[in-house]
Design a protein around this ligand. Structure first.
Ligand code: PEP
Length: 251
């Protein structure tokens, strides 16, 4: 596969971490020497979005959210719509993270509706898919992720409006990662699926990130895998030095 025709993306998912003091860290990351072949995003908790966008307005750093509602507005206490995120200047949204699939019972169908809402508001959804440890041990990895992507990616998706993140659940926050060969195999299967459904052009250009225990000491070899176009980074994105060095390891 002719990888690296695609611009990489490294996105930090802060999850439920960070307070107003952490805005300084976002500011620091926004001053990184961004190189042309890598987009960089930080997805802090919703409480920090507005100020994070304001503090980084001069920088190519994208500020992202960790979820959005599938409707524009209404009686949905506690929810935030994609349109509201757009109003703030948020550029990107993580959807279908395994923690939300598990703890908030999010289904592929719901994630698809959220991604459609993101598209309507010009926000780039990063649609997360990934198998559990049991599914991996049963040899079901490819089948599981293909079903997830088939059911959660809207038909209107293309390489400009959608990013896919392959995140094996058992690798998230555990320090365990699949072998480089396994990552390659799964990413290739995902891209082949996109080729079948959306055509060669979109398949060649859509970005597929890897996520799950990416750190500065394994990022370079992961980024060198054909078909890997960057990473969704959890724990390691909470340390600006560590996150910067992951970004710098993009070729
Ligand atoms: C994540 O939560 O998306 C993630 C990849 O976490 P970590 O990097 O900590 O494994």
């Amino acid at each position: 596969m002719d990888n690296k025709i695609r611009k990489s993306l490294v996105a930090g998912n802060w999850k439920m971490n960070g307070d107003t003091q952490s805005l300084e860290m976002i500011k620091k990351i926004s001053k990184l020497d961004f190189h042309n072949n890598c987009d960089v995003a930080i997805c802090p908790p919703a409480t920090l979005l507005m100020e994070a966008v304001r503090k980084t307005s001069e920088s190519p750093l994208m500020i992202g959210a960790q979820d959005c509602h599938h409707l524009e507005k209404g009686a949905y206490t506690g929810e935030i719509s994609a349109k509201m995120l757009q109003d703030l200047g948020v550029k990107i949204v993580i959807l279908g993270h395994s923690e939300r699939r598990l703890h908030c019972h999010e289904t592929n169908q719901l994630i698809r509706r959220k991604a459609t809402a993101a598209h309507k508001s010009n926000i780039l959804p990063v649609i997360c898919i990934g198998e559990s440890e049991t599914e991996k041990e049963s040899g079901l990895t490819e089948a599981v992720v293909i079903e997830q992507i088939a059911d959660s990616m809207p038909d209107t998706s293309n390489h400009l409006n959608t990013v896919i993140a392959y995140e094996p659940i058992w690798a998230i926050g555990t320090g365990k990662t699949p072998s480089l060969e396994e990552i390659y195999r799964v990413h290739t299967a995902i891209r082949n699926h996109v080729r079948k459904n959306n055509g060669e052009d979109i398949a060649r250009q859509i970005r597929i990130l890897y996520g799950g225990s990416v750190k500065s000491d394994n990022s370079k070899e992961i980024f060198e895998i054909a078909d890997v176009d960057g990473a969704l980074v959890g724990g390691a994105s909470l340390n600006s030095e560590e996150f910067s060095s992951i970004v710098r390891s993009v070729a």
